[in-house]
Design a protein around this ligand. Structure first.
Ligand SMILES: C[S@@+](CC[C@H](N)C(=O)[O-])C[C@H]1O[C@@H](n2cnc3c(N)ncnc32)[C@H](O)[C@@H]1O
Length: 514
């Protein structure tokens, strides 16, 4: 893992909306983690200049106990202490032998988060001994949150309060997938089925999804043995006069290349992903931009490190970035929403569902003959929303019907602007473009451009108006909730914060359309 390829979890502080602590009382969890900190020290985890502390907004986190300079390693964890899975296929001999001996493939072929959920539950409920490290990891397991507030647990009414279909569909898909995955594992192993319930499994999956990071590099750590052996053999070869220096160099190069191939080239070529949960580093919270911490794999020392990226003042939190996560991912898998999230997206319904006559009046043009059919053939209208949704291999994708994607960073999908240019083109513009959608990739005339953008703007305005509550109403609701003295009900607050952020993103995009 190089620092730049490492992708951990989700978002936080400066711009994070106060959502939920993963448990009702984080301070009681902090007490519980006292044993964890002692365990960490005894087990070879080194840390300096930081401590574990709790916040109202994001559960436990890592805080500087002194001012820290950039590029300092503040936590290092031996690889042997981590839990990890290699995808697409994970060969974990302990799990296969202890839980899936009759059908190891069931474990091997499970998705990464399910394989990690199996491991977490195994160490938590069956045997806490990590043979690789030669220590019990009970204290680490005890430091984990016991309950999560992610939407998989929400009632239909709470899900409806999100006012956002793609998220509701994503949760429905997640529920089907997690249950199916559990059933497959339970059918494959009596031991698994009798010792790990579906609720346990869901807890394990949530733990995996909210605490694992991943990177493309998945080879082994630096192993000096082949290099030392080569040196010895080369010396012996030359010393005994068995050949020329060129011959020795060729042989040595072959071995060195083999090691590099195994460690760096093959994992990339085979697209192997490694997912890792690392004790202690898994306590770092997320911030979307301006993170102060970075996680990396240390090839030569065979461990994971958390280091500072910039100055961190005493008492400040060290946050990492869990990857460029949008609010759908943050809410679904981490249980919080980031305010003004620069990575957020809005998925509008596919163009085929847009109200064409309203767009026509908004842009002052009529959709001419043949345009819609051409767009449909080019796949630009999206799919019919009443089709049976398949099981997507991308479980982050909440857009299986080809909805129109709008991102905070880059605005509306350029393909949609292209489609709209063609859709509202005059007969002359259409003929000039050879009736080919491809020729609308660039602006064809300022008038056409204006009409296309006005049509898109109208579609976005209609989307915003279709919401059961307005931005102002949502803001007032949140104010009222926060004004109440007793603790806020997370399940009530989170959907409002989520939908408010989506609406603000839409409003921003409308403002940018002219
Ligand atoms: C890797 S863990 C970090 C440690 C965690 N806070 C804990 O108490 O164990 C990820 C979880 O921390 C919380 N979290 C991280 N960043 C956050 C943020 N910016 N705002 C709110 N909660 C956050 C979420 O509950 C998330 O699922």
């Amino acid at each position: 893992f190089s620092p730049s390829t490492l992708r951990a979890w989700t978002s936080h502080p400066l711009e994070a909306v106060k959502t939920a602590s993963p448990e009702s009382s984080t301070s009681s969890r902090l007490k519980r983690t006292k044993g964890f900190v002692d365990w960490a020290k005894d087990s070879g985890i080194n840390y300096a200049g930081i401590e574990l502390s709790s916040t109202e907004s994001s559960g436990l986190g890592l805080y500087a106990t002194q001012s820290l300079k950039p590029n300092n390693i503040i936590v290092s964890v031996p690889t042997s202490l981590t839990l990890s899975v290699e995808a697409p296929t994970d060969y974990n001999t302990a799990m296969e032998k202890n839980l899936f001996s009759s059908n190891p493939k069931a474990y091997r072929n499970a998705p990464w988060w399910a394989s990690l959920a199996v491991q977490i539950n195994y160490y938590d409920k069956i045997n806490s001994m990590n043979d690789k490290a030669g220590v019990s990891i009970r204290s680490w397991m005890e430091s984990l949150p016991r309950k999560y507030d992610t939407p998989i647990h929400w009632s239909d009414d709470t899900l409806k309060a999100l006012q956002y279909n793609p998220m509701m569909e994503a949760v429905a898909l997640q529920r089907r997938k997690w249950k199916m995955t559990y059933d497959d594992l339970a059918n494959a192993s009596k031991e698994f089925a009798s010792s790990i319930t579906y609720e346990d499994f869901v807890w394990g999956c949530e733990t995996a999804r909210s605490r694992a990071f991943s990177g493309a590099y998945s080879g082994s750590a630096f192993n000096p043995v082949p290099y030392a052996t080569v040196l010895f053999l080369v010396a012996a070869y030359l010393g005994l006069g068995m050949g020329t220096i060129e011959q020795a160099a060729n042989g040595a190069a072959l071995v060195v290349c083999g090691s590099i191939l195994k460690d760096f080239v093959l994992p990339k070529l085979l697209k192997v992903q490694k997912y890792v949960i690392c004790p202690f580093i898994d306590m770092a919270n997320h911030v979307g931009v301006g993170m102060s911490g970075n996680v990396a794999f240390e090839y030569f020392s065979d461990g994971f490190s958390l280091s500072t990226l910039k100055d961190v003042g005493k008492g400040e939190e060290v946050c990492i970035q869990y990857g460029p996560r949008n609010n759908d991912q943050l809410l679904q898998y981490y249980g919080f929403v980031e305010k003004g999230n620069v990575h957020d997206v809005y998925i509008l319904p596919p163009i085929r569902e847009w109200d064409i006559s309203s767009l026509e009046s908004a842009c002052g043009r009529k959709v001419g003959v043949g345009r819609l059919e051409k767009l449909d053939r080019a796949g630009l209208l999206g799919r019919e929303s009443n089709i049976q949704l398949g099981d997507s291999s991308n479980d982050e994708a909440a857009n299986q019907i080809g909805g129109v994607v709008l991102t905070r960073a880059t605005g509306i999908d350029p393909a949609v602007l292209q489609a709209m240019r063609a859709l509202v083109s005059s007969d002359d513009e259409w003929a000039n473009a050879g009736e080919a959608i491809g020729n609308f990739a660039e602006q064809s005339s300022p008038e056409n451009e204006r009409a296309a953008k006005l049509a898109i703007k109208k579609a976005m305005e209609m989307e915003l108006e279709s919401k059961p509550t307005s931005i102002e109403e949502d803001e007032n609701l949140i104010k009222l909730m926060n004004a109440k003295n007793d603790s806020v009900d997370v399940e009530e607050l989170l959907p409002i914060m989520f939908r408010l952020e989506k609406k603000k993103l839409l409003k921003e995009a409308i403002g940018n359309m002219y």
